[in-house]
Design a protein around this ligand. Structure first.
Ligand SMILES: Nc1ncnc2c1ncn2[C@@H]1O[C@H](COP(=O)(O)OP(=O)(O)OP(=O)(O)O)[C@@H](O)[C@H]1O
Length: 272
């Protein structure tokens, strides 16, 4: 239940903190197509926040605005109490926002460990000149980055494939490696674009467990797009519902489940 600006307590007793991200009156157009029309919502510290809606509703566009891939024509993005100026994706990443993609975007020829290490790039301060001049510092940084990567690999139970080239992995494991790479950045906000898409029931159950564990163990705030309503209702604390670029619902899973506009636009039809 919402209890003012400091946060709220979930039904299962988890404490959700203050607002960390605020999207204010966001409008995004592609030529004549209005992908997002005047949408506002917030994300609170420690929350699992879902964005749902039919195909083409504007969900991925919204995630792309949060991660800096798209700059909206109108509206403001606030992160940790500061209005964000237009930024490049790598600058957004440096602020502590990491993401996974709808279609897996890994380096297929590289090992799992090396892919996870690329998630540490935003934390690497020693550039090539510094590495040449201060070899010790670069080595110490490399060791520290490796430790974080190995910790994440253990956490997501992919130690047995750490040396395996990604191309050789089944789909469900590739999705888990993508999650590992995003987590290696130690994000304050983790964005997941359809983390269960294309998975079988067992893979979905595993992914759900890992998402909950990440939220619980690391306290990571998570925003996710997902079409599987069972998953959304089980995982999320609050849900934003989009349709044709507009926000048609926002609230707890129970609240959106009983919202007639949401039922008519989305929940009343099958989404598999
Ligand atoms: N780069 C782009 N250029 C032009 N139009 C785009 C672009 N990206 C998205 N759109 C359009 O914006 C609208 C919203 O698309 P978006 O991909 O955000 O929806 P979505 O809810 O994520 O859909 P899905 O569930 O199918 O992934 C659609 O009409 C889409 O065609």
């Amino acid at each position: 239940m919402l209890d003012g600006s400091d946060g709220y307590v979930t039904e299962d007793g988890r404490k959700i903190g203050a607002v960390v991200m605020e999207m204010k009156n966001i409008t995004l157009r592609f030529g004549g197509v209005v992908a997002i029309e005047n949408i506002s919502f917030d994300i609170r510290e420690g929350e699992i926040r879902a964005i749902i809606g039919p195909n083409g509703a504007g969900k991925s566009s919204m995630l792309n605005v949060i991660s800096g891939f798209y700059i909206p024509q109108e509206g403001e993005v606030w992160f940790h109490g500061a209005k964000r100026p237009p930024m490049k994706p790598f600058e957004v990443a440096r602020q502590g926002i990491a993401r996974t993609f709808q279609n897996i975007a890994l380096f297929e020829g590289m090992s799992v460990l090396d892919n996870v290490m690329t998630g540490r790039l935003t934390h690497m301060t020693a550039g090539i000149p510094a590495q040449a001049l201060w070899k010790g510092r670069a080595e110490a940084e490399e060791v520290a980055n490796r430790e974080v990567a190995e910790k994440i690999i253990d956490f997501l139970e992919i130690q047995h494939i750490r040396k395996t080239p990604v191309a050789r992995l089944p789909y469900g494991l590739k999705k888990r490696v993508e999650l590992a790479r995003a987590l290696a950045a130690e994000p304050r906000l983790l964005l997941l674009d359809e983390p269960m898409a294309g998975m079988n029931v067992e893979e979905k159950e595993d992914m759900c467990r890992f998402i909950l564990d990440v939220n619980d163990e690391f306290g990571t705030t998570i925003a996710l797009i997902e079409h599987d309503m069972g998953v959304v209702m089980d995982l999320s604390d609050r849900v934003v519902v989009m349709d044709y670029g507009k926000k048609i619902g926002d609230g707890t899973p129970d609240e959106v489940r009983s919202n007639q506009e949401v039922i008519d636009a989305y929940l009343g039809v099958s989404h598999d």
